[in-house]
Design a protein around this ligand. Structure first.
Ligand code: UD1
Length: 336
């Protein structure tokens, strides 16, 4: 089976390419390399000892995108390509709507035209907004509070409409919780431009000495230690969720939505403690004001993915910290 992977050079995309190749899928990768680099794909080839085609293409250029459909026989698409910074989306909403929505429209129109009707879409737990009810099930109320989240929700709604109009499609929407960590080899991981927004890349940058201290956004949340609780999952487990989704879609039609998370929540202070234990490196921190838009607690009910896809996260928080740290050290040594 031949799978087109959009955004395959990115953080989750590159790890999924490894899992797909190891599971025996053929892949074709498209990326515009604005927030990713070709080196990750070279490392995917090195890790798997397999070759695949790479197209340097922006999805918003439909003519360029069409060449990929003309030159290849494609059975399914995994669609990762997306701008993903919440803060940037608030300041440049048009950029986000243009890139994420128009790019997806072009992709889906070409899939329809070329009769490629199997799609895995990379969504996010951000579509649940600041929900109060945990663990979060897939049928929770959907509400987003920033343009990035709205692009994910709009695409989800579009996909539901497409399936309603033509149920020969097979569509799987995956809502990721908080992916962290890196491939065990330390060869691929998350490339962060500038100051990281997310917790784990910030911690590893403090650990390596690039940043002085971690700022903890609020210690007065109604949680056990007052800091925010999230469902962190290893990026390789998340990658495996895509393979499990494709396996299921080989011979079934329908539109399915799954949470991919561990079902366990860890607070910011707990993450610091585990990271320090896993790496032996001290993380200095300072408590500051809450970050606008953050919720107190967010973790998944992943039971639907276990039942339907036979998927469950295998790696624990200790593994996630060890692998994130190995990646940061390699990055710093400029090996990757
Ligand atoms: C954030 C985004 C979410 C996006 C996800 C992608 C916001 C409001 N939410 O989720 O839409 O899908 O990233 O991975 O930006 N924290 C600190 N100090 C830091 C960074 C984070 O204390 O320097 C805390 C946060 O307050 C939160 C936890 O760490 O409690 C996790 O934060 P983060 O990694 O940014 O993920 P989310 O906020 O869950």
């Amino acid at each position: 089976m031949s799978v087109l992977v959009t955004g395959g050079a990115g953080y989750i995309g590159s790890h999924t390419c490894v899992e797909l190749l190891e599971a025996g899928y053929d892949i074709i990768v498209i990326d515009h390399f604005q927030q990713s680099n070709i080196q990750s794909l070279n490392h995917v080839k090195q890790l798997t000892n397999k070759e695949f085609k790479i197209y340097h293409i922006d999805l918003i250029n439909k003519d360029h995108l069409e060449t990929v459909f003309l030159e290849n026989s494609i059975d399914a698409v995994i669609h990762f390509a997306s701008l993903k910074s919440v803060g940037e989306s608030v300041h440049f909403p048009l950029k986000y709507y243009q890139n994420n929505i128009v790019g997806t429209l072009n992709l889906i129109a070409l899939m329809q035209q070329y009769h490629v009707k199997k799609l895995v879409f990379s969504s996010s737990a951000t579509v649940y907004g600041n929900t109060q009810e945990v663990p979060i099930k897939e049928n929770a109320v959907l509400q987003t509070i920033n343009p990035y989240g709205r692009t994910k929700l709009i695409i989800e709604e579009m996909l539901r409409d497409i399936y309603t109009s033509d149920n020969s499609w097979s569509i799987t929407i995956l809502r990721y919780f908080n992916p962290i960590g890196a491939h065990e080899s330390g060869l691929i991981g998350e490339h962060t431009d500038g100051i990281p927004n997310n917790l784990m890349p910030y911690i590893t940058q403090v650990a390596i000495g690039k940043r002085k201290e971690l700022r903890i956004f609020g210690s007065d949340y109604p949680t056990k230690d007052g800091t925010g609780i999230r469902d962190y999952l290893h990026v390789m487990d998340l990658a495996n969720g895509h393979v499990k989704s494709l396996n299921k879609m080989k011979d079934s039609k329908g539109l399915f939505t799954y949470n991919l998370g561990t079902g366990k929540g860890y607070s910011v202070l707990e993450i610091i403690q585990v990271f320090e234990k896993a790496t032996g490196v001290n993380i200095p921190y300072r408590i500051v004001e809450r970050r606008h838009g953050d919720s107190a607690v967010c973790y998944a009910d992943p039971s639907k993915a276990l039942k339907d896809l036979e998927w469950a996260a295998k790696r624990d928080i200790f593994d996630m910290c060890v692998d994130a740290w190995r990646w940061e050290k390699n990055l710093n040594a400029s090996k990757v």
